[in-house]
Design a protein around this ligand. Structure first.
Ligand SMILES: Nc1ncnc2c1ncn2[C@@H]1O[C@H](COP(=O)(O)OP(=O)(O)O)[C@@H](O)[C@H]1O
Ligand SMILES: O=C(O)C1=C[C@@H](OP(=O)(O)O)[C@@H](O)[C@H](O)C1
Ligand SMILES: [Mg+2]
Length: 173
């Protein structure tokens, strides 16, 4: 069984995925970490050396490879992963996989990302929290079409990481 975590930057995919995998005693895979390992570079370095188009091509390739692996795991995607090419179609068609959208509100995302912009190339140059909030509002609106195609939707607002994990476990029961 594969659990695939989907959601905007800062929704908690990486943090929640790690704890969830620990609780379920399955492997934890983070797509960004897998891409970094293959390229031997950080995500910001990949963006600055080769640009976003290259990153998206690599992201699609590594996603496809991980979805084809026949092993149980929790797989946390990047915020953009489901929104490019055929990625969401592949996620929906993956055998024994359940996709879960971690749905986080605009204010919570803005607060979290304001202090964590540096290693996220798409938002690192947005200086004020107003500019960041405006960007997220539009971007989230465009991406929600893809996120909403997930099998399950779990709201994260007002929940700690452990509470999000518990909410996912309850949904899966
Ligand atoms: N439910 C939560 N409550 C409080 N902080 C959280 C929660 N989920 C994530 N965070 C924090 O928000 C930041 C972004 O989380 P991260 O897991 O990297 O998100 P993503 O992988 O979706 O971009 C991290 O500092 C993380 O500790
Ligand atoms: O939303 C996006 O397009 C991106 C999200 C990032 O992952 P997180 O959602 O884990 O921050 C990372 O894949 C890259 O910076 C692009
Ligand atoms: Mg992440």
């Amino acid at each position: 069984m594969k659990l695939i975590l989907i959601g905007y930057m800062g929704s908690g995919k990486s943090s929640v995925g790690k704890v969830l995998a620990g609780q379920l005693s399955v492997n934890f895979l983070d797509l960004d970490a897998e891409i970094s390992a293959e390229e031997n570079k950080s995500i910001p370095q990949i963006f600055s050396d080769h640009g976003e188009v290259y990153f998206r091509r690599k992201e699609a390739e590594v996603l496809k490879k991980l979805l084809e692996k026949d092993e149980g795991c929790v797989l946390s995607l990047g915020g953009g992963t489901p929104c490019y090419g055929k990625n969401m179609e592949l996620i929906k068609a993956a055998p024994k996989a359940t996709s879960i959208y971690l749905k986080t509100g605009l204010l919570q995302l803005t607060e979290r990302l304001m202090v964590e912009k540096e290693h996220r190339p798409l938002i690192k140059d947005l200086d004020s929290s107003e500019a960041l909030e405006d960007y997220i509002r539009k971007h989230l609106f465009e991406r929600t079409f893809f996120y909403n195609q997930s099998d399950l939707i779990v709201s994260t607002d007002g929940k700690s990481v452990d509470e999000v994990v518990a909410a996912i476990a309850e949904e899966l029961d």
